[in-house]
Ligand binder design. Structure first.
Ligand SMILES: Nc1nc2c(ncn2[C@@H]2O[C@H](COP(=O)(O)OP(=O)(O)OP(=O)(O)O)[C@@H](O)[C@H]2O)c(=O)[nH]1
Ligand SMILES: [Zn+2]
Length: 289
């Protein structure tokens, strides 16, 4: 008999599905792997521990990244993305920029969490991130080692996902918010991860009846080849008002004369680093065709 459930762990090919007050270790029909943590699914129960995923229900949202040929689903049905960053170890501003674009493309609100505020290096990194606040993104500064309660009001009523480079503190945040659940889940993941400390799979935790949190594995890259060249500029909030004012209606904002975005950058309305990111992504989108 089929029953409904939700994927709360995704190991790539194996999934843990929560259904009612039970969890099942699941495989998928035909070895389908296009399921993500947070997906609402139908399962066929085989026994007390095992079930098979038959398919997903419609998704409200899907956050994913795509390198040239590989699609990596990050989380489904999330309403907020927390990009977790810290001054140590070496944060990448490009990765932040790419993640913000993926959030804009998926129509999910991103929030930037600057973790490790206890470290002296944090001030300089926070300064570098101020322009993102001007773009309308919320920045929250915390020290997860001391607690993550400042995030609670932002998590409330949402299904949130933590994304970011490895070592920025996503798991520390999860543990601070959910000491008991994390300890319980630690048992499952230890058996599967053979004692590794780094997060190797996405995991969904319940904060309360309507607030849920997904911790995801650390990212080193964030491929956006699912976003077409013409779509990219519209995902940069500061570029929107200039789109449509270039001399050529199909301007790619690279070599063309009288490009409204390049002019806006010269006039100080668009930071050069952001225009360079756009141009780099347009190059990649055009070359990968
Ligand atoms: N100083 C300081 N260190 C922190 C803080 N939060 C986390 N750390 C440390 O940063 C390191 C990485 O933390 P994790 O929570 O494992 O990072 P992660 O983002 O989950 O990393 P992955 O699982 O690899 O994706 C650990 O040594 C933490 O103790 C903080 O607020 N201040
Ligand atoms: Zn242009």
């Amino acid at each position: 008999m089929k029953q409904a459930g939700q994927i709360i762990r995704s190991y790539g090919r194996r999934f843990i599905v929560e259904s009612g007050d039970r969890t099942y270790d699941c495989t998928s029909r035909g070895k389908r792997v296009d399921y993500a943590c947070g997906d609402n699914v139908d399962i066929t129960v085989l026994n007390n521990e095992q079930a098979v995923i038959e398919g997903t229900h419609d998704r409200h949202s899907l956050l994913y990244r795509q390198d040239d040929w590989r699609t990596k689903l990050i989380a489904a049905n999330v309403t907020r993305i927390f990009f977790v960053t810290a001054a140590v170890p070496s944060p990448s501003e490009e990765l932040l920029g790419r993640c913000l674009l993926a959030a804009e493309a998926a129509d999910i609100e991103p929030i930037i969490v600057v973790n490790k505020s206890d470290l002296p290096e944090t001030d300089a990194w926070l300064q570098k991130l101020q322009p993102y606040r001007a773009l309308g993104y919320q920045l929250v500064t915390i020290s997860a080692k001391q607690g993550a309660d400042a995030l609670r009001p932002l998590l409330h009523g949402n299904t949130s996902v933590l994304v970011g480079q490895s070592g920025m503190g996503k798991s520390t945040i999860t543990n601070a918010l959910l000491p008991e659940a994390a300890a319980r889940v630690g048992e499952i993941s230890e058996a599967l991860d053979a004692g590794r400390h780094t997060t190797t799979h996405a995991a969904l935790y319940h904060l309360d009846a309507d607030s849920h949190l997904i911790d995801s594995p650390g990212l080193q890259e964030f491929g956006l080849s699912h976003i077409g060249a013409t779509e990219l500029a519209g995902l940069f909030p500061e570029m929107r008002e200039f789109i449509g004012h270039c001399r050529f209606h199909n301007c790619t904002h690279r070599q063309e004369p009288d490009c409204a975005l390049k002019q806006a950058s010269k006039d100080g309305h668009i930071r050069p680093a952001r225009l360079e990111l756009l141009q780099k992504l347009v190059n990649q989108a055009i070359n990968s065709k």
